[in-house]
Write a protein that binds this ligand. Sequence first.
Ligand code: ATP
Length: 137
Amino acid sequence: SNRTFTMIKPDAMKNGHAGAILDRIIKEGFRVVALKMTKLSEEKAGEFYAIHRERPFFGELVEFMSSGPIIAAILEKENAVSSFRTLIGATNPANADEGTIRKLFATSVGENAVHGSDSDENAAIEGAFFFSGLEQI
Ligand code: ATP
């Protein structure tokens, strides 16, 4: 598929990087299909990251992701999932390539500025978690 799903996470929002991150995403040729600012409850954050329920960092992840506003968006480009994951860089910013969004804007492996779906299937599930069909332009 040609779509992926992203969130600008609470650390990047709080640190004032949302505009620069969106600018970079658009300049890299992604079309914005849907976009909103919202705030996840702990319950909703736990639901979104349910796949990580058994991981040692799950509690920390849920607390962080519900700690402040986020921006959620669906993006469209050829090979959207893999090309977006290349743009954001490794999960841990210490391992992220120069020029990637996480290298530029992330704080730590937990507070890593952005989310990017890891498969076409998850992109569709995650997009539908935040947006109805009518909200996808
Ligand atoms: P995302 O799914 O957010 O794009 P990812 O696919 O690069 O990230 P995953 O391994 O799926 O990374 O982990 C999901 C999220 O959980 C990470 O983005 C990060 O916020 C958090 N996380 C991962 N590993 C750790 C860790 N060791 N300590 C704290 N938080 C972590």
